[in-house]
Design a protein around this ligand. Structure first.
Ligand SMILES: [Zn+2]
Ligand SMILES: [Zn+2]
Length: 571
């Protein structure tokens, strides 16, 4: 929008009086095309406001500055240049057909932000956003950390990450150090760690709010430690600082009013021999504020929307094909970080467009490929790969079924599945088993949840010794085989695509989580239906079950069990 148009609309909106064009340097510094200043009254105070816009207004919301913020006590959400953060972009939906409405509504949010600040109703926001204030300090650099926050002062290991040109600080626990090697792929050239310190500040500590673009001083940190740490921790700090060093790194944690933690740090360089600057006067030491990037699983999982509900669960996936490999990835993304995968096959070129691991992994064993890929994508997961058949896994005593909270069977092989069904019933009754498979030609996919209760097992799907799976969407009798072959029997395959494999994997992982959350507590069969056009055009026949609608399928989900099943039925 042109400047003149914007001015007209702004004047119509009557949010400000004395409107003039503004030459505030912050306008161009924040990438805005123009701005206008004016005056209004908020909570009984006269405030001078600048409203800036980019040429993309009204597609991009206007930006407001509180010009006379120095006349008042510091309030949350107003930055050094007066910038008022009144929304985060995603939560505000603008009616781009109503530019004046946008100006009015966004100004109302600005007004509320200022009022809450003046009336001290949002002081907690200072501490909830403490990391953001710390990040405004002069000369700050970044430190990546996976520190496990605790109530006690403890040592940390820190190093410079060569390829990233940043610092990294880890708690001393073996699991955290390991995750460092995974994050930065540094197993081959192990870094030299130095010893730093983790200092937890007390809950409700009213620590100073850093002013933007100011330098940090050693006295500020001394004050922080002396006023906002516990007596026991002060003792630990003094002990730790007494050790000789020329370089130090400290990470502080500050409990936020909202129950989370802020982390921030300092780096000290050029420490005088034997005299730590936090214990003695020392003018030669330089202090650098460190802005923290969180790499701890607690933070990353929470921010990923996953949470930590399933962290203690361990799942075995049998079969690492297109369904099994997608299942592995989705369960890890759901926060189940401990996954075992067993598959004897190798990734072939023809697998690439439907397997979770593509071209990069060709000629690797599927189980190994899944482990390699997922451990590099999700730095806190632990995938154990068994490159063998499940029968060998049992015979060689590699697989101990007792350790799993659930097992997913994605072999795509009805014969093996019948065998596994009997093994599980005998050895681990009560442990949820999810059989997962696809129908040919994208007509659907299925997930049988079983072994939770006694009745209703995989064998129930094969009635009276028939070789036809009764859950299937294809009819028992067909004019020809489903397998297609490009170059003879050695490369037979049943046609389906990646989306169908994914859809089946998603269905299966949803049901797994439902079981863990106790939303499913009975053996049941779940299916998704695809488009049958291709299947029918090839001359194949659909089963009666395919013609049930989703509601009918759902209401019949428990009815698959056979009272005379040779495995779970009445003998
Ligand atoms: Zn803010
Ligand atoms: Zn049965």
């Amino acid at each position: 929008m042109e400047k003149e148009n914007f001015l007209n609309i702004l004047q119509q909106s009557e949010i400000l009086t004395d409107v003039k064009e503004s030459v505030l340097p912050a306008l161009s510094a924040r990438g805005l095309a123009f701005g206008f200043s004016g005056t209004t009254e908020v909570a009984g105070y006269e405030v001078h406001i600048c409203i800036g816009a980019s040429t993309h207004f009204p597609l991009r919301e206007p930006i407001f500055f509180l010009l006379n913020h120095k006349d008042f006590e510091k309030i949350p959400h107003v930055e050094e240049d007066g910038y008022i953060c009144y929304t985060n972009d995603d939560s505000l939906v603008l009616d781009i057909g109503n530019a004046e409405g946008i100006i009015r509504e966004s100004f109302e949010l600005v007004r509320q932000t200022i009022i809450k600040g003046f009336l001290k109703q949002n002081l907690n926001d200072f501490y909830n956003e403490y990391e953001a204030y710390w990040a405004k300090l002069k000369n700050q650099t970044i430190v990546y950390t996976n520190i496990l926050v605790a109530d006690e002062v403890k040592g940390v290991k820190y190093t410079r990450v060569r390829e990233a040109r940043h610092l990294f600080a880890s708690s001393d626990e073996a699991e955290r150090i390991n995750s460092f090697h995974r994050l930065f792929n540094s197993k081959n050239s192990p870094p030299q760690f130095q010893n730093g310190l983790f200092i937890p500040l007390l809950p409700n500590a009213k620590v100073f709010i850093p002013e933007g673009n100011t330098s940090l001083t050693i006295d500020t940190i001394k004050h922080l430690i002396s006023h906002h740490t516990s007596v026991d921790n002060k003792e630990r700090i003094n002990k730790a600082l007494a050790k000789t060093k020329i370089d130090d790194l400290i990470i502080f944690s500050l409990p936020q009013p909202n129950g989370k933690f802020s982390l921030f740090g300092i780096r000290l360089k050029g420490i005088n021999h034997r005299i730590h600057p936090l214990l003695n006067a020392d003018t030669n030491t330089t202090i650098t504020p460190l802005r923290v990037r969180h790499l701890d699983p607690e933070y990353m999982l929470a921010r990923g929307g996953t949470g930590q509900t399933f962290l203690s669960k361990k799942v075995l996936v049998i079969g690492g094909g297109s369904v099994g490999s997608a299942v592995c990835e989705e369960i890890i993304k759901a926060g189940i970080l401990s996954v075992d995968i067993i598959d004897k096959d190798t990734i072939e070129p023809e697998n690439c467009y439907r397997h979770n691991c593509g071209y990069k992994y060709i000629s690797l064993k599927k189980a190994e490929a899944i482990k390699t890929k997922l451990e590099s994508y999700y730095p806190h997961c632990k995938v154990t790969a068994f490159s063998m058949s499940i029968e060998d896994g049992f015979n060689k005593r590699k697989i101990n079924l007792q350790q799993y909270d659930a097992i997913i069977v994605a072999t795509g092989n009805g014969t093996i599945n019948q065998y596994l069904n009997e093994v599980f019933r005998a050895q681990i009754p009560g442990i949820p088993i999810l059989f997962s498979w696809l129908d040919p030609y994208a007509i659907g996919g299925h997930c049988l949840l079983t072994n939770i209760t006694d009745k209703g097992c995989y064998q129930c799907l094969y009635q009276n010794g028939s070789l036809h799976n009764t859950a299937s969407f294809s009819a028992p009798t067909q004019p020809k085989s489903f397998s297609k072959s490009i170059s003879g029997c050695s490369s037979m395959y049943i046609p389906y695509g990646s989306l169908d494999a994914l859809q089946t994997a998603i269905l299966t992982v949803r049901k797994l989580l439902d079981v863990f959350l106790k939303r499913e507590e009975q053996n049941a069969i779940f299916s998704w239906k695809g488009n049958p056009d291709l299947f029918l055009s090839e001359g194949y026949n659909l089963s009666a079950r395919f013609h049930q609608n989703d509601e009918q399928l759902n209401s019949a989900k428990y009815l698959f069990l056979q009272p005379n099943c040779r495995v779970c039925g009445n003998k």
